[in-house]
Design a protein around this ligand. Structure first.
Ligand code: JF5
Length: 407
């Protein structure tokens, strides 16, 4: 795997020569090249930053040194690397870098990392780069570092250890925290009774000493669940959906009330991803207000699904006011971090099942730009019926299957 890193502090990346990563480098598993961004400036002061247009605190990294540095990286393509790297830009405003992302990036033959400093990089660099390679803005977590370098060290370590031949024992790679969506169980080693300097003795849990493998597996699974619930309740919903297609059944279901309007609006906004992906193309179309959502709650029945109190999915249904044999389904939403795990399909099936017995047809309304949702509903038997009521929406319909014969 080729790894290129562009930074104004190349020395910060010296740890890439140490430990397992250093060994992988010496073993020829990875080829790491660190570049100094200032080498791509042309002024006496080797300037990489300037003040922000529109005002505001701090400095912004200039586009020109970045385009030249990245052009230099692109120019070093070879047979093994492929034509262009995936460009990773660490930053607190990115998508979360997690174990799944590490596994995905470990498949790439070539990764380049752009280390931002100050308030960040001129937005046009992202546009320029996206025309030449795949660009990922990735965040380690919800905190701010002084620059991307430490994040690159963390990400490269998580990625490189997954490469064949880097970590000796393949087992130790699979059975780790975050694989499977639950935290690890507690581990112990000898002695079975350990006495500290104060004379306090602590025992290893009895079940681990017995050799009953089934009892040990059960105990460990319970420990993982209890730990995850206590320390990372946010992981439980994801773990539940990973267990099977109907992750919906483990969520708390309720019918929305006006008190839910604010959260539903937040979910709606989170699901309108196109604004997030392309800020320069933001249409400025008037967004719905919390009062619009409240009004909708009066004319529809909105069903909410929560995990540990957090609203993670919702859908609204009603009998069609003009055609009472039709069951209307709309605003089918799943929070972005749980999308694509089968929850959408389960939600649609739940919405259909809510239709009274005399319903003969379903009409699903969705955004014309909601590609994954359109694909899913077509797989579920829906066909496009035409443009929907709201701007930018489409209607899809499906006949309800005849009820099973009562005899
Ligand atoms: C950075 C401008 C990048 O702060 C971070 C970060 C937080 N989580 N993951 C990464 O990146 C450094 C700071 C300022 C761009």
């Amino acid at each position: 795997m080729r790894l290129d890193v562009v930074s104004i502090f190349p020395d910060y990346l010296a740890p890439l020569d140490l430990s397992l990563i250093g060994k992988a480098r010496r073993d020829g598993i990875i080829d790491v090249r660190v570049h100094d961004l200032r080498d791509f400036t042309h002024d006496r002061h080797r300037t990489v930053d300037d003040t922000p247009y529109g005002g505001g605190a701090g400095m912004v990294m200039k586009p020109q040194p970045w385009s030249e540095a990245l052009t230099h990286v692109l120019g070093s393509a070879d047979e093994a690397s492929g034509p262009a790297p995936i460009l990773v830009v660490p930053g607190p405003g990115g998508q979360r870098f997690d174990q799944a992302r590490a596994r995905e990036l470990a498949e790439a033959p070539w990764l380049a990392f752009a280390c931002g400093r100050y308030e960040g990089i001129d937005e046009r660099v992202y546009e320029w780069a996206a025309e030449r390679m795949e660009v990922r803005v990735l965040s380690l977590g919800d905190y701010v570092l002084n620059g991307g370098e430490v994040a690159v060290l963390a990400m490269t370590e998580a990625i490189v250890r997954l490469l064949p031949g880097v970590v000796g024992n393949a087992e130790s790679l699979v059975e780790e925290s975050h694989e499977g969506g639950l935290l690890e169980y507690p581990i112990y080693t000898k002695p079975s009774a350990w006495t500290d300097a104060a004379g306090v003795t602590r025992e290893v849990p009895e079940v681990l000493l017995g050799g009953n493998h089934e009892a040990i597996a059960t105990w460990r699974h319970e420990q993982r669940l209890a730990r995850t619930a206590a320390r990372r309740p946010d992981l439980l919903a994801a773990a539940a959906t990973a267990q099977g297609p109907d992750g919906l059944s483990v969520l708390d279901h309720a019918v929305a009330t006006p008190a839910d309007a604010g959260e539903i609006l937040t979910l709606q906004k989170a699901c309108r991803l196109e604004m997030v992906a392309e800020p320069q193309h933001w249409s400025g179309a008037p967004a719905e207000t919390v009062d619009d959502v409240r009004a909708d709650l009066a004319s529809w029945t909105t069903h909410t699904f929560r995990s540990e109190g957090r609203l993670v999915a919702s859908v609204r249904v009603r009998r069609d006011p003009v055609d009472p044999s039709t069951w209307q389904i709309g605003r089918l939403m799943v929070v972005p971090d749980l999308q694509g795990r089968g929850l959408e399909r389960a939600l649609l099936e739940r919405a259909e099942a809510l239709g009274p017995a005399d319903i003969t047809r379903y009409r699903l309304s969705t955004g014309a730009d909601q590609q994954p949702l359109l694909r899913m509903s077509k797989k579920a038997g829906y066909r496009t019926a035409g443009p929907g009521e709201g701007p930018g929406t489409v209607d899809l319909t499906k006949r309800r299957a005849a009820p099973p014969s009562s005899r």
